[in-house]
Design a protein around this ligand. Structure first.
Ligand code: BGC
Length: 691
């Protein structure tokens, strides 16, 4: 038994050896201890590909790095979240694990499932969604995929690391209910559906206590309530006092702490820590090392192929690109007819395909598909003219002239725009102070849309942007940071070789929120808005929405019908419920639809979101094809977190089950009555049953 083996080794170890286990050997490796045959485990960022780092005392593997070729750069999490495809997240994880194996990396420091409290957070591109369920389920898919190939994961950043400004000092003040229902919930969903070998704590404080020292988070919630059995690792440099961290439930400090022995022996002498607590931390690290090294024996299911990795990156990217607007169905471009296209904006060549910070992938430039080249490949006979307009982040002096004087016979104007090149506006450690694209870009977009028809705006950002004078632009594609295959995936969508099926994983608003306490007063940031972020807020402020959560167009259309809920529409304690609906592709192209199920309480006396996403399914349909989609729900899906009971509680009453194509495009509604014997709060027991 693994536990027995761990126990025997820890019992045999002296204090110094235990300390060696509790911190890294270097920045990304655990200590190998030959005497006990304990292997070294190599880690790497994460989450969209491998970040190769070279440190002077790193082992040979890192010295041999040959940057040419590099590792696969996959779409970032915000993009993957917009695929709403759990199997795709799994596929991404499995492919990423293959790169890890090639690089002798046993643990990838990913995924991140933090909520997007504000679109300003510089790391939103690294997170899946503003919704806990979507985020947690995509995170679980990713973890299961990576671990299926024998590589470990680290679910991060636990918890409430929702801004990068002062992330290493800020205190996030969050009430218990918002924590449990919103900020901790994606982690809980991920852990209910996957078993990552480690969880990484966040840098910030939560309710006055560093996350790394937060016993409520690391022990009461993670271990005692959620029964997590893996290792808890610090974010890099998040430890302030290792003895307090171990007391709280942290097992492993990264990077290497040269003072660990002195610090832990002082704590032992002072009686603030017991040897048993040190043993527990060391045992958890050892269990992690054994588990990961056992997992790493998993043989690859097929030989490694860099081309295959690229194709997977392309397939994933093409499911994430989101068609926001398509007036008069100007897209897709008909390859057989189109003769002349103008491509505007340097992002068509200097493509933004990843964000900055620790998630930056070491990818060889020869593996990056350039949009302009890929467009040309699609219609080699056509005339494609490229006008960069902006150089090195600044507008070309002739932008107005260039745009105004474009030939009249261009059938399409493909306008590429996005963040400044190379991840310096969406990156770790910084927030975005401005959610608009640069003014010079907005003016050029606006000018193009006034002068020309068939303008397609292609946005390369990792997170929501604010529109400025884009009303007349007939088609808008959100490309996200879609990884090394960005260009080919985009061309597939533009020319209809792939039917777009991305749906926004975060709300695109038309005005920035001013009601949030953000970024705080330098010491603390108070989440007074509670869980009202994303569509939970915008459902009550619909006038501030540009494109809603869950929105994304297709080149075909889907018809929803026949919502069916088993009789009687009355549920009792601990119930489960299976319901179904029918979806039909009523257009003339095959396509994929994301069927979204929301629950909306009707009789609540507690303050609750108007509705919450509880299930989704992505289905592929040929023209004319119909399918029945089934959803299983249970009592917990109807519950809120009650702070008097300190547990989840379901109010007796009516609930609308809403099924739709976006959070604001609900196609089917059916009402059920939930009868909870334990609910002392509201309706009389004989409340009417509804048909
Ligand atoms: C980031 C983590 C990352 C770690 C190791 C930290 O700065 O917050 O997400 O895994 O560095 O590179």
């Amino acid at each position: 038994m693994l536990e027995d083996k761990v126990k025997a080794v820890i019992t045999a170890m002296d204090f110094d050896e235990k300390c060696m286990l509790i911190t890294g050997a270097t920045s990304l490796e655990t200590s190998a201890i030959e005497k006990y045959d304990i292997p070294q485990i190599n880690m790497s960022d994460g989450p969209h590909g491998i970040r190769r780092l070279i440190f002077p005392n790193m082992p040979e593997r890192s010295q041999k790095i040959n940057i040419k070729g590099g590792d696969t750069c996959f779409p970032t999490a915000s993009a993957v979240g917009s695929s709403w495809n759990k199997s795709l997240a799994y596929q991404l994880g499995a492919a990423l694990a293959k790169d890890c194996k090639e690089e002798n990396i046993q643990v990838i420091l990913a995924p991140g499932v933090n909520m997007k409290r504000t679109p300003h957070c510089g790391r939103n591109f690294e997170y899946f969604s503003e919704d806990p369920y979507l985020s947690g389920m995509m995170g679980a898919g990713f973890i299961n995929g990576v671990q299926s190939e024998g590589v470990g994961t680290s679910l991060k950043h636990f918890a409430a690391n929702n801004q990068e400004i002062q992330r290493g000092s800020i205190n996030a003040e969050i009430d218990e209910r918002s924590l449990r229902e919103y900020y901790l919930r994606p982690f809980e969903y991920a852990l209910e559906n996957a078993d990552p070998v480690s969880v990484m704590c966040a840098y910030n404080k939560l309710n006055g206590i560093w996350c790394s020292e937060n016993r409520y988070l690391l022990t009461e919630i993670l271990r005692d309530t959620w029964h997590y059995k893996g290792m808890v690792i610090s974010d890099w440099g998040a430890v302030h006092d290792i003895s307090k961290c171990i007391y709280a439930g942290l097992d492993y400090e990264m990077p290497h702490n040269p003072q660990i022995k002195e610090l832990l022996s002082e704590a032992l002498k002072a009686g603030t820590l017991t040897m048993e607590q040190i043993d527990n931390a060391a045992a958890s690290v050892l269990k992690f090392i054994y588990t990961v090294s056992e997992m790493s024996r998993t043989q690859p299911k097929e030989a490694y192929s860099r081309d295959n990795q690229h194709n997977i990156a392309r397939e994933i990217a093409s499911e994430t690109i989101t068609l926001l607007r398509n007036d008069n169905n100007i897209l897709p471009i008909d390859k057989t007819k189109c003769k002349k296209i103008a491509v505007l904006g340097r992002h068509a060549v200097d493509v933004m395909f990843m964000g900055g910070g620790s998630s930056k992938v070491t990818v060889g430039s020869e593996n990056v598909d350039i949009p302009l080249d890929e467009i040309k490949k699609k219609i080699p006979e056509a005339q494609i003219d490229y006008f960069p307009l902006f150089q090195d982040g600044f507008r070309d002096v002739n932008v107005v002239d260039t745009v105004s004087n474009l030939d009249d016979d261009y059938e399409y104007i493909l306008f590429f725009a996005g963040d400044n090149y190379c991840g310096d506006s969406e990156t770790e450690d910084y927030d975005r102070d401005n959610l608009y694209l640069p003014n010079y870009m907005n003016s050029a977009i606006s000018l193009a849309s006034e002068k020309k028809k068939n303008v397609v705006l292609i946005l390369q950002t990792g997170a929501a942007v604010l529109p400025r004078r884009w009303e007349k632009v007939p088609a808008i594609l959100q490309m996200w940071y879609s990884g090394e295959a960005a260009g080919s995936a985009l061309a597939d969508i533009l020319f209809g070789d792939v039917n777009p099926s991305g749906k926004l994983s975060e709300t695109f608003m038309n005005i920035d929120r001013t009601d949030l306490d953000y970024p705080g007063d330098g010491k603390k940031v108070c989440y007074n808005e509670k869980w009202n972020s994303g569509y939970r807020y915008y459902d009550k402020h619909a006038d501030q929405i540009w494109f809603p959560f869950g929105h994304g167009l297709s080149y075909t259309a889907f018809e929803y019908s026949d919502i069916s809920i088993p009789e009687p529409h009355r549920c009792r304690d601990n119930f489960t419920l299976t319901l179904s609906c029918k979806i039909k592709n009523i257009g003339d192209r095959s396509g994929k639809e994301v069927v979204q199920l929301y629950i909306a309480p009707q009789d609540n006396i507690t303050d609750r979101p108007l509705k919450e996403l509880k299930r989704f399914e992505k289905i592929a349909l040929e023209p004319g094809e119909g399918k029945e989609v089934f959803f299983d729900l249970n009592e917990r899906d109807f519950a809120y977190y009650n702070t008097c009971l300190h547990s989840w509680h379901t109010e007796r009453g009516h609930y609308d089950i809403m099924i739709g194509s976006s959070s604001r495009d609900i196609r089917l509604v059916s009402r059920i009555f939930v009868d909870n014997e334990k609910d002392y709060t509201i309706l009389p027991k004989n409340a009417p049953m509804l048909a």
